[in-house]
Design a protein around this ligand. Structure first.
Ligand code: FPP
Length: 242
């Protein structure tokens, strides 16, 4: 039986978040520069979006670039930004045809102008699609996002537009950049590292974590289905008993 057929249709995660790790190691294994790994990582993104679309998962979030990634060598940062622009330019039409709505979270103002503009355009073009929402986390830091939310709520309290008593988890979530997306049910991290790395710290509170040794450029539909099947075997309790 094919892996895909083993997936239980009414027990799908609504939202899968992915930490795409291992591009550098994948390139090194082949005696190439790190950027070669990133280039090949784009294909794994496509495979994942297609796989999620085929089984009907409505939200995917990809951690494409963290705030800390700005400290990588300039050449690598430039290539990653160019790759992103190129991927957006070549894929927007396909995304649109397949009902994909593109979204982005992170400090988007820190992106190079060209990258920001292409991204904004693709987000705009795909804004009415409703089959699957693909969120790209770019120049993203979860701690930064949380601190910004605290600042915004504090301003509202200070100007007496809200009362401290009104602040609860639901309200706090609404001040995060992810406010229109459900929390991820599943986090997948490739390359064998078992860390969250400042990604969606608040939103991952009750997510199932799945770590695979596969390096991101090798990640394909079958690997994605394996993760979904593993997720479906877990008992989610959300802090309660069975
Ligand atoms: C981590 O591997 C990967 C990244 C920092 C970048 C991921 C970006 C892409 C796959 C580019 C395309 C993205 C989209 C959404 C079109 P690493 O460099 O940390 O690998 P290492 O741990 O082996 O060094």
């Amino acid at each position: 039986m094919q892996l895909k057929q083993k997936i239980i249709k009414d027990k799908l995660p609504k939202h899968v978040a992915l930490i795409m790790d291992g591009n550098g190691r994948w390139a090194k294994q082949r005696g190439k520069e790190r950027v070669f790994g990133h280039e090949n990582g784009v294909n794994a993104v496509k495979q994942t979006v297609e796989a999620a679309g085929e089984i009907g998962i409505p939200y995917l979030t990809f951690y494409a670039f963290s705030t800390e990634n700005w400290d990588r060598p300039k050449e690598e940062v430039d290539t990653l930004m160019e790759l992103l622009v190129k991927a957006i330019q070549t894929e927007t039409e396909t995304l649109n045809k397949n009902g994909v709505r593109l979204k982005a979270i992170g400090d988007l103002n820190s992106l190079p102008k060209k990258c920001y503009e292409e991204l904004a355009e693709a987000i705009n073009i795909t804004s009415n699609n409703d089959k699957i929402t693909v969120v790209i986390a770019l120049s993203y830091s979860s701690r930064y996002e949380i601190v910004e939310a605290v600042k915004n709520i504090s301003d509202l309290v200070k100007s007496e537009r809200i009362n401290t008593k009104e602040i609860d988890q639901k309200m706090f979530s609404s001040f995060l950049q992810t406010n229109e997306f459900p929390d991820p049910d599943l986090l997948i991290r490739t390359s064998g590292e078992q860390r969250i790395s400042n990604f969606l710290l608040w939103q991952l509170a009750y997510s199932e974590l799945y770590f695979t040794p596969v390096l991101w450029p090798d990640f394909n539909k079958e690997h994605f289905y394996e993760a979904i099947i593993d997720f479906q075997s877990r008992e989610r309790r959300f802090g309660k008993t069975e």
